[in-house]
Write a protein that binds this ligand. Structure first.
Ligand SMILES: Nc1ncnc2c1ncn2[C@@H]1O[C@H](COP(=O)(O)OP(=O)(O)O)[C@@H](O)[C@H]1O
Ligand SMILES: [Mg+2]
Length: 103
């Protein structure tokens, strides 16, 4: 959500949906799309996409937030996905409702 405020434009929409198996939390914002070639590595540590016009604030972060989100999602057997086009940038965290016990 902080990324949507910092890097996006317009209203930020947060949507949580769940079923018996999975829980998904999606955060959407507007603004310039993230370049397609930057998407696959966006959650690698110390990675930032090229700054685009129309962003709310200058990019001043360290490029660690999405990496930490990915680590948390992975630790819960989940994943984080991003889609970005002219209409919206949407980050989705997809988690299993129940995590198998690891011993
Ligand atoms: N909601 C968003 N809209 C547009 N770009 C985003 C959004 N979230 C992340 N990004 C891009 O992904 C990069 C990496 O994000 P992050 O890991 O949170 O690092 P930081 O915010 O410190 O730059 C950001 O620098 C930005 O280019
Ligand atoms: Mg950030």
């Amino acid at each position: 959500m902080a990324n949507a405020v910092q890097h996006g434009c317009g209203p930020v929409c947060v949507e949580a949906r769940g079923d018996g198996e999975r829980v998904r939390i999606a955060v959407s914002s507007g603004g310039q799309p993230i370049p397609a070639d930057a998407l696959p590595k966006l959650s690698d540590p110390l990675t930032r996409a090229a700054p685009a016009a129309g962003r709310r604030r200058a990019a001043t972060g360290m490029g660690l937030d999405l990496y930490i989100c990915r680590c948390i999602a992975n630790a819960h057997d989940g994943k984080i996905e991003v889609k970005s086009d002219e209409r919206a940038t949407v980050f989705t965290v997809d988690l299993p409702r129940f995590v198998a016990c690891r011993r």
